[in-house]
Design a protein around this ligand. Sequence first.
Ligand code: HEM
Length: 462
Amino acid sequence: LINDARRRLPPGPRPLPIIGNILHISSKLPHRALARLAGRHGAPLMAVRLGASLFVVASSPSAAREILQTHNASLSGRSPADAWSAGGHGANSVFVLQPGGRKWRVLRRLGTAHVLSRRRSERPPRGVVSVRRAAFAATARLLWRAMFSDELGEAALQGLYDFVREAMALVMTPNVSDFFPCVAAADLQGVRRRMAPLVARIYRLMDGQIECRMRARGSDGRDAPRSNDLLDAMLDVSEEQGDGSGVSIVNRDVIRAFCTDLFIAGLDTSSNTIEWAMAELLQNPQTMRTLQEELRTVLGSKAQVEDSDIDKLPYLRAVIKETFRLHSVVPLMCYRAEVTVQVQGYTIPQGSNVLVNAWAIHHDADVWTEPHKFLPERFLDKGIEFFGRNFEFIPFGSGRHICLGLPLANRMLHTMLGSLLHQFEWNLTEHDRASGVDMTEKFGLVLSMATPLHATVKRKQH
Ligand code: HEM
């Protein structure tokens, strides 16, 4: 396989070293297997072969910069899992649309302008809680309100929860259709067939909101009373956008696919980040005390962290950055080379999959001292931000595909974690105090804790 792949490389300054195989990329924790491989071979850029596909893996800040900045236009294609095409979702999904294309640009613009958070205090947790479940519910309510200006009911919350669990498990199923695209149409393992009803179910949830809003707008359309949320903005665009053929770029299919994508992208990333942060804080009592002291000093008797407080809370910002670094919930970012390009003197053939291993970069001992320790202080005197310009710290990616929800996630995580810690006293359960917190990772579309964290919670007396 290795020799075959080398023969197929077009002539270039240097052939890319192929040093990995199926064992690395399909390992249970591929971000760690690939980081070890890159470290062992001193190869910040390397190639791994899997089935008919060539994967190029970048594991250093400078390789990431070349992929995400210098050659971003050529290297920002996507090779979506076959399951993604179930129910026609792939045709309208912002994750996989051709970047730079008209539909992709309209969706990115709408998302950037309208995925805004409107805050409201959350229902207080009580007793022993699953941190991830509580954070998932809080994030879902917030996103639902930002998109639809409506309260999320329990049944819809459960629907979102089930969809994210079941659909993501299917997308992560090793699927012969992905390794050998020539047989994808046959859907030999039935992954796409099993995904279709899940997509149909979540679309029905979105349709409920779309229909209700369309009825409220009635024949007045734009002149009807407005909520000025994402849904209103999309319906406006659906009325005005036409490509001359009278067909709108943003039609009903696009609206429900985009809303679905935002839930897929926003729910598990945010709730798992809160869970990792809480797991670290509960095991680092001094860090927890320092953070709660900062919250007490800045907020006083005010219950909630508001957007305007975030700038005054440097230690909270450092804790969240350190959580992003140590527990990057999107450890591997995947692209496709649209044309053959040279990166760091190596040839990346057209059609290769290109992986940026953010986890490896965030644990690179040449960049970070004691990279495996949770030390928020490392960010206090450094101007390192996660907006895609510091390539040693890219939890939200960089370049054309940089996270669309970054500003929302940034505000949401600070206000949520800050408020939870300011209002409540959190402690490990007796079981975890005795046996320790299980920090084992589980790889999926999002990197989560293999054993969900439970904690006891009590309202504080201020
Ligand atoms: C802890 C929170 C979050 C993290 C760490 C995170 C991280 C990321 C990363 C690494 C990417 C991929 C970038 C790439 O492929 O180059 C991404 C893409 C994306 N994120 Fe987020 N994200 C978070 C929350 C959110 C939220 C709250 C939303 C929206 C509600 C969102 C919407 C998106 C979308 C739509 C994309 C796809 C962009 C594209 O492919 O063009 N994310 N995110």
